[in-house]
Each structure stands twice: as C-alpha cells, then as structure tokens.
Write a protein that binds this ligand. Structure first.
Ligand SMILES: [Zn+2]
Length: 360
C-alpha cells in the first residue's frame, strides 16, 4: 500500500489508483457493507487522512464494476477518476486548497473566484456551491452516480452552507454528498442533522508503523525509531512525513531543544514558527512539561516515552514548584496564542522561563 495523498511525487503515481490508508481498511469495509448514504458527513482529528478516505469512497461510488466494496481501478470510470477527469466528480474546496488533492483537478470542475479578493480564496463561496449544484439538477454524464465532495465543510461561507442545505434536504437520485470536517462542533446543526455522521478512527500504532516503514524516506529507520516519531508527532504518520518534508511543525526538533534547557537555541525555535502555529509549539512544550512532572513523580511519561532517559535526567535537576507554576503559565499562554501579537517574542519569553526551571 502506498499513500498517494502524502505527496504528489510519491513512489506510486496517482494514475495507478488511490490506495486507502491501511489504518482505515477494516473500518472502511464495515462502513461500506452497511450501505453508503446519499448525505455523509465524515469527521475526525486533523492529519489522520480524512481526505484520503473521502476520495477512496468517491472512487468506489463512481466505479462501474465495484469489487467487494472497493473500486476496481480498471473500468472507464475508474480510469477517468484516477486521471481527475471524471465528469461526475465535483470536489469543492477553498480555492487555495486544491493542491491538497493528489491530482490536478480538471479546471472545468473548479469554479474560480470571479472577484479579485484573494482573501476569499480560503473560504468556499456560494458561487462554487451554487454552480455545481445547478449542474447536478441535470442527469449524470455516465448515467450512474454523481459525487460532490466538500472539504472542509467549515470553510463554507454561511450563504454557501445555506445553499447546500436545500440540496441536502432533497438529494437528487444517485447524487452523493461527501462532506468532510475537522471540527464537527463548528458545522451548522441544520447540515449535521441532514447527514449521516461518520467519525473516522485515529491511525492505529501497528498499521501506522508498517506504513511508515514502507515509505522510502523512512525505510532506513528501525521500528523503535519509527514508533518514537509516531508518538512524538501526535500519533499521526502523515504528520511524520509532513515534518520530514518541512511542511508542518517538527516536534522532534523542538524536543531536541527542550532536552538541553541551558543551551536552547532560540533562533532554531523561532524558525519553527515558519511552518507551525505558536499554539502547536506551546502544546508540545506543555506535553513535555507534563512528562517531566510524571517522571519526577516516579510515573512513566505519557507523551514521549521514547525520551524517558532524558526526561529522568532533567527531572532530577528541576525546580518542581517552579514547574507547577510554569504549567499554569502555559495554560494562560495557550489561551493567548490563538491571536498572538508577537509570536516570536512570546515564544522566546516562554522558553527563557522554561530554562530557569533547571538548577545549574
Ligand atoms: Zn472501476
């Protein structure tokens, strides 16, 4: 199995068809066996592969020679789909997010912004939804299913969401809506109530490590090393790969810095802000400090067990009352971090306080 969503330049080209991530395989099969509803809202944590699941499901629905709940990858519909050229497949994403797809979408299936306003491109606008829904009042090109994929639903402007509601109320026959959300609680209740909700499971450890071991960029690492990376990157194998490619916050780098409090390289830490939110970095620091607290209390670390030796060494030398206060400060800092005025200054100040927890 090769994950194509991780990179357009993966080992397997998309033209060979999209594989489902292995941690979804059993779950997917059970779901499909119960029948796919016309209006589905898939949700779950970020970076577990929800888009991959949705795309695989769309492929299955469009396939004209389905095999045991899976697409055949051989029929004309599958071929068109794998070339992002299926006339009955309509992915709706914010304009600046189409590159998240593992293929280049047929430009005819993208409704471009008519306005000059670039800020709008991170939202799904009403014209994107309206144009596609109006197309779907006609019959499908292939005489089979039509699939409308919306990713993520929370990017829809309120007018766009209202426009979609009407279609969800009375879905045309053979039209399937696959909605995907990172934050179910932010979705309009009226949309939620019209869909079947499907919570996707988090990647299991064994399946994730098997998958990572097969990836060329990680194949030279032992299972113990891969397990450490998996745990450090919030149990998301996709995040491990993104971090390697410099696309997301690399918590391993941050942990290396935290392991050496007296010599923290502030410049390196601040550089992490180029592809991470301040909140991501603070949460990593918070987990590290909780682990320090646990290890000090004679308990095994919860978040970074692979670094237990360093944690023990640092915990031997820590001002535990100071750590307690620092954890409270971190909670306050995290509250402020969603709209930081000066993230670099805030981060440097927090790191200085962290360094002072250790006796020299
Ligand atoms: Zn097929």
């Amino acid at each position: 199995m090769t994950a194509v969503l991780a990179s357009k330049k993966g080992e397997q080209t998309y033209e060979q068809g999209l594989d489902l991530y292995p941690w979804f395989e059993e779950f997917y099969q059970n779901f499909v066996d119960t029948g796919v509803p016309n209006s589905l809202l898939i949700y779950g944590e970020k970076d577990i592969g929800k888009l991959n699941f949705a795309l695989y499901l769309a492929n299955y629905l469009l396939c004209e020679n389905k095999k045991n709940g899976n697409p055949c990858f051989e029929c004309q519909a599958c071929k068109w789909y794998s070339m992002a050229n299926h006339p009955d497949f309509f992915p709706i994403l914010p304009e600046d997010s189409y590159d998240l797809l593992p293929f280049t979408v047929n430009p005819e299936n993208i409704v471009s912004s008519s306005s000059e306003d670039k800020k709008q491109s991170k939202y799904i606008r009403i014209d994107q939804v309206r144009d596609i829904l109006s197309v779907n009042e006609l019959s499908s090109y292939r005489g089979g299913m039509r699939v409308i994929l919306i990713y993520p639903v929370e990017a829809m402007r309120i007018e766009a969401a209202n426009c979609l509601l009407k279609s969800l109320e009375e879905p045309a026959p053979n039209v399937f809506y696959i909605l995907v959300s990172h934050r179910l609680e932010s979705i309009l209740p009226t949309i939620r109530s019209r869909c079947r909700l499907l919570a996707l499971p988090k990647p299991s450890q064994d399946a994730s490590i098997d998958w990572m071991a097969k990836h060329s960029q990680l194949s030279n690492q032992s299972r113990v090393q891969l397990e450490a990376k998996f745990l450090e990157m919030e149990r998301s194998p996709l995040k491990v790969l993104q971090a390697l490619e410099g696309k997301t916050f690399n918590s391993s780098q941050m942990l290396d810095e935290l392991s050496n409090p007296s010599g923290i390289d502030h410049t390196k830490c601040v550089e992490l802000l180029s592809n991470a939110e301040l909140a991501d970095i603070l949460r990593c620091l918070q987990k590290w400090c909780i682990d320090l607290y646990m290890v000090y209390s004679g308990i095994l670390p919860r978040y970074f067990p692979s670094r237990v030796d360093v944690l023990r060494q640092k915990a031997n030398n820590i001002d535990i009352i100071g750590l307690n206060q620092f954890l409270k400060i971190l909670i306050q800092e995290l509250k402020l971090s969603s709209h930081p005025l000066f993230p670099k200054v805030q981060l440097e100040s927090v790191l200085s306080k962290y360094a002072q927890l250790f006796k020299s």
